[in-house]
Design a protein. Structure first.
Length: 282
């Protein structure tokens, strides 16, 4: 993706909120940045990002994607890690609203999809309550990228007639209170976000509810990135496998994961590189 020419500098407009003069209200865009690979960014996300005055971004959004914003756009990291938040969610909400009320175009750039465990709903509500226009651009969520990379479909005839996305992290930091009986049904893929630290409890709850310990399971770390790593195991071995994971990862449990390929990332060439090899445009 080529860079667009930057707009006229806007940095001075960000120095003081509530300054003199009245500007037309700005807007907030909740934009899904995808799982990490810049080429998985949607075309709409790319176009919207080029209009940014301010980019408020997650810590997992890559520099390659951030560099698609105008040079003059202000970048603000609101990175969240387990037990370490640079900003509380209420502060992020107020920040988005305040910048928009200054007449700025605010891009809230979120890893994956804004509405899949991204707290985009809370930010949308805050904007609506403040009378700020808010738009949503969906993104490729980590579950889709992880399954595609490993060659393991989330739904598959005879092996997975349903798929459920759940969070593995409760507000208390412990295993969440989920409908384990429903999740334990066979031929059902369960995708667990933020479940590495609670993998032992998740596996125990699923097996106690009747899911077989031999049910295939997959862990994908850093999905779609150059350092992606995949571990194929089963429900019994899920906790032990998760103990060796250090980066952001997704857990997937279900019969269809028997098709998953373990190992490091398959270094798929970019579309541009493939085009050059084939003489496209020459």
């Amino acid at each position: 993706m080529s860079h667009r020419a930057p707009k006229a500098p806007t940095a001075n407009r960000l120095v003081v909120l509530g300054g003199e003069g009245v500007r037309a209200a700005g807007s907030v865009w909740l934009v899904g940045a995808g799982p990490g690979d810049p080429e998985l960014l949607t075309l709409k996300a790319f176009k919207v990002l080029a209009t940014a005055d301010v980019v408020v971004h997650d810590g997992l959004v890559s520099d390659e994607i951030l560099d698609l914003a105008p040079v003059a756009a202000r970048r603000i990291s609101v990175a969240k890690r387990k037990s370490r938040h640079s900003y509380a969610q209420d502060e992020i909400n107020r920040m988005l609203v305040a910048f928009a009320l200054e007449g700025l175009t605010v891009i809230r750039l979120k890893g994956g999809d804004p509405f899949i465990f991204g707290r985009g709903g809370e930010e949308l509500e805050a904007c609506r309550e403040a009378g700020v226009a808010c738009y949503v651009v969906p993104g490729v969520t980590a579950a889709l990228a992880s399954a595609a990379s490993a060659g393991a479909p989330l739904t598959h005839r005879g092996a997975a007639q349903a798929v459920t996305f759940v969070t593995g992290h409760a507000a208390t930091g412990e295993t969440p209170d989920l409908d384990w009986a429903s999740l334990a049904k066979p031929n059902h893929t369960v995708v667990i976000y933020m479940g590495v630290s609670t993998a032992a409890g998740i596996a125990r709850h699923l097996m106690d509810a009747g899911r077989a310990g031999s049910t295939p399971a997959l862990i994908v770390e850093n999905a779609s990135r150059a350092d992606e790593r995949r571990v194929v195991t089963d429900l019994t071995g899920l906790a032990e496998a998760a103990a060796n994971v250090t980066g952001p990862a997704l857990l997937i449990v279900g019969e269809a994961m028997s098709l998953a390929q373990a190992g490091t990332a398959q270094f798929v060439q970019s579309i541009e590189a493939r085009g050059l090899e084939r003489g496209v445009g020459s």
